[in-house]
Write a protein that binds this ligand. Structure first.
Ligand code: GLY
Length: 389
């Protein structure tokens, strides 16, 4: 199919050649670990490494606070990744020499009226059903943890194992670690297609030229659908727009010290005093517009939960794109094309799922081991046959 393309890499065949499409945190972490293991790794990004969803995210590791009904398989993956996070952060800091802002802050989910409290109690039955570390707090107990919360609190959930990492620092550290391990990061090099011969992936096509690889890993987040992977269909991944903003707290006297969720809002306090507020959920394709309505909604919801924020300076406002699959769960592992592996579609959980995704994909590439934890997340779940069964 691609016999006519000229090739522009000639890496010795004694090391597996890996081409990774997308240098966000997922692609970078997989590239880092594979390069550490001796593989020859090239990462291709259409823009600048780590500047997509990896930059836009809030960095919440919220397996419990973000749990929704019907997500039992995802919960197991999320919880495993939560357990892997401390070791992942320590390894990454050692490899890069950089702080990644991993902070064991815990998360409070607050109710501001009886209706909110009813919803939280309902969510808490799900937590109890799955034996999750989540505790019901009275308003007074919640305010002891976070004194600036609205005095009209109606109760809260405390998630002591839902922590945070600074996603921007994670991306920066991964870039350093990957390059130190020998991975090559090619920025502003959009991949057009995964090339195959005899139905087997043999590399990636960039600007009419072939970059040969033994394994291709598709980790292009919200942009994954735009990569041609014939004979397979394009991946069912769409951008889910999120508007966000940050405020500047006094680091010596921060308004919040835990991650706090209120109705319609989450707030993530960083060590340096930044308070990240997020996020809208909009089906508007790759629309990068910041709207008055979106920003107003975030600020209003935040102000209702923590009135003191009205004094804080606004630092930054931005838009990001969650990679949402058809069922909002990630797409992981082998594809219908031998030699092509998926690591995309992480939707709301990209930072949380970073360590487990890395482990699952690296084990698959190096040992051919398909982790049972990832079995529910193969792309084959979207094929018509799987749907009919
Ligand atoms: N996980 C937070 C968000 O997607 O907005």
């Amino acid at each position: 199919m691609s016999q006519g393309l000229s090739s522009f890499n000639s890496v010795p065949a004694d090391r597996p050649r890996i081409a990774i499409i997308g240098a966000g945190v997922i692609g970078l972490a997989i590239g880092w670990r594979l390069a550490q293991a001796g593989a020859s790794v090239d990462l291709f990004d259409a823009g600048v490494a780590g500047q997509g969803a990896s930059h836009a995210a809030a960095g919440m590791l919220a397996a419990c606070a973000e749990l929704e009904p019907g997500e039992e398989d995802l919960l197991a993956l999320n919880r495993e990744s939560q357990l892997l996070w401390p070791g992942f952060a320590a390894d990454l800091e050692a490899a890069s020499g950089q702080d990644v802002g991993y902070r064991e802050s815990g998360t409070l989910v607050v109710a501001l009226n009886a209706d909110d409290a009813g919803k939280l109690r309902h969510q808490h039955t799900l937590h109890r059903k799955h034996d999750l570390p989540v505790e019901w707090l009275t308003a007074a107990e919640a305010r002891r943890r976070e004194p600036y919360l609205n005095t009209r609190l109606a109760g809260a959930l405390w998630c002591p194992e839902d922590h945070q990492a600074d996603n921007r620092q994670v991306a920066a550290a991964l870039k350093v670690a990957a390059e130190k391990a020998g991975a090559r990061i090619h920025e502003h090099m959009p991949v057009d297609a995964v090339e195959s011969a005899g139905g087997v992936a043999r590399g990636v096509r960039i600007g009419g030229r072939l970059h040969e690889a033994d394994v291709v890993i598709l980790a292009a987040g919200a942009w994954s659908r735009s990569i041609t992977i014939a004979p397979a269909a394009p991946l069912p991944v769409r951008p889910v727009k999120g508007q966000m903003l940050s405020l500047q707290m006094d680091p010596a006297n921060p308004v919040l010290t835990h991650v706090v969720w209120g109705p319609g809002i989450y707030m993530v306090p960083r060590k340096d005093g930044r308070l990240i507020l997020g996020a809208t959920v909009e089906e508007k394709g790759f629309d990068t517009t910041l709207t008055a309505g979106g920003q107003l909604a975030l600020l209003t919801h935040a102000w209702r939960a923590v009135p003191t924020i009205e004094e804080l300076p606004i630092l930054e406002q931005w838009v990001g794109f969650r990679p949402g699959s058809r069922d909002d769960a990630p797409i992981l592992g082998a594809s219908g094309v031998p030699g092509l592996i998926h690591a995309t579609g992480h939707h709301r959980n990209g930072i949380l799922l970073l360590p487990v995704t890395t482990k699952v994909i690296v084990d698959l590439v190096l040992e051919g081991r398909a982790d049972p934890l990832a079995a529910p997340f193969g792309v084959d779940r979207f094929t018509p046959r799987a749907a009919a069964e």
